[in-house]
Design a protein around this ligand. Structure first.
Ligand code: SAM
Ligand code: SF4
Ligand code: SF4
Length: 352
């Protein structure tokens, strides 16, 4: 079994724009039990070969090295992370690292009812459940699975077992679920969860993104103002992707406006795929191979790749995508042929 390396001294790693390295989203599997049309519309994909998937010990070692360079927040994601057997074991390992102060999970909630208790016992700090609609028929249209009740039962269980920091993440798609913004906020109140609305993004390639389907941050605020009156922005949030607001009745909510108002300037996030490639941006075309040197017990090379990778980081993917709009060049991010050759280009492989 691999052990976490002894820490090196001093982090202070910043990229070419002075952005520090603070967080990593770890995708623990590229598989998923839903087929959300904005993320994984196809039935089959080029799946990552099983032998390339990092073990929990390997993930823990890589997170340990990333922590040497400033990472103190980890989000477990996927694909669907709860499909990875015995995820609480990974959470326990990560809890053993003193410098990791925040371990969060993003899940579609399908397996949450049975796993919430063990996730809580393992020490998960915060949980986010993705839910785009409160209508079972729409849930089926969007995800191609008839499992709305299961997700709602999973969310109910979060409160029963005492898991903290519940957020409900909703991708808002114009003409599909934008009429549910108000009901979703009401639902959030009943489950003690803060709702965060995500603008539809043109990530991956097979998701049929078009600009006309984006229900923007301003559209969302307007809709909520019509229902509740004036909305106040919450205090500054540092590098967090969500802008937070407060309704007149005190309810808080967030908006993640990646498409219309990118927040690349303060982005401190990196991504680790389930097969050990480290990406410096959601839109990056290439990642750095950390699995290769890790499996050769060459942590010096792992460190060097992380250090030089972040120091040379120039990524501002969402801003660049937005700039394309002025020349009318914003459409599908990656063409299908290219996707078939490199599965890591898809959102469900790099963890959203
Ligand atoms: N399967 C888990 C889930 O759905 O919560 C975790 C992985 S999923 C890729 C992470 C997040 O990415 C989800 O909240 C999902 O809604 C979001 N997402 C996927 N495709 C998106 C898109 N095209 N635009 C905006 N958000 C997207
Ligand atoms: Fe699966 Fe999450 Fe993508 Fe939906 S958003 S298909 S649940 S990985
Ligand atoms: Fe960060 Fe890239 Fe997203 Fe911009 S597009 S916020 S740089 S991950």
């Amino acid at each position: 079994m691999k052990t976490v390396p002894a820490p090196l001294t001093g982090s202070g790693l910043v990229d070419t724009f002075g952005r520090p390295l603070r967080s990593v989203r770890v995708s623990v599997t590229d598989r998923c039990n839903l087929r959300c049309q904005y993320c994984m519309p196809e039935d089959e994909y080029a799946w990552l070969p099983r032998e390339t998937l990092l073990s929990f010990e390997e993930i823990n070692v890589l997170v340990g090295v990333l922590a040497e360079y400033g990472v103190d927040k980890v989000r477990l994601t996927g694909g669907e992370p709860l499909l990875r057997r015995d995820l609480p074991t990974l959470i326990r390992l990560l809890r053993g690292q003193a410098s990791i102060r925040d371990i969060a999970l993003t899940t579609n909630g399908m397996l949450l009812e049975e796993q919430a208790e063990s996730l809580c016992e393992a020490g998960l700090h915060r949980i986010t459940v993705s839910l785009d609609t409160l209508r079972p028929d729409r849930f089926h249209t969007l995800t191609k699975r008839d499992m709305f009740d299961r997700v709602v039962s999973g969310i109910a269980r979060v409160n029963e077992v005492g898991l903290q920091g519940l957020k409900i993440d909703t991708v808002v798609i114009k003409g599909f679920n934008d009429d549910e913004i108000v009901p979703l906020i009401e639902y959030g109140k009943t489950v003690n969860g803060e709702v965060r609305f995500i603008e539809y993004m043109d990530v991956g390639g097979a998701n049929a993104w078009v600009k006309d389907k984006v229900f923007s941050r301003n559209d969302i605020l307007l809709r909520l103002e019509q229902a509740w009156g004036p909305i106040e922005p919450e205090q500054e949030h540092g590098s967090a992707p969500a802008q937070r607001f407060r309704l007149a009745d005190g309810t808080t909510f967030g908006i993640i406006p990646s498409t219309t108002t990118p927040f690349c300037a303060t982005c401190d996030r990196s991504r680790l795929t389930a097969d050990g490639f480290w990406y410096l941006c959601l839109y990056a075309r290439h990642g750095l191979d950390l699995r290769g040197p890790l499996r050769m017990n060459d942590l010096a090379t792992v460190r060097e790749r992380i250090r030089s990778g972040w120091r040379n980081r120039i990524d501002r993917g969402a801003e660049e995508r937005k700039r394309l709009e002025s020349s009318d060049g914003r459409g599908q991010f990656i063409e299908l042929d290219e996707l078939r050759q490199d599965p890591r280009l898809e959102m469900h492989v790099r963890g959203g």
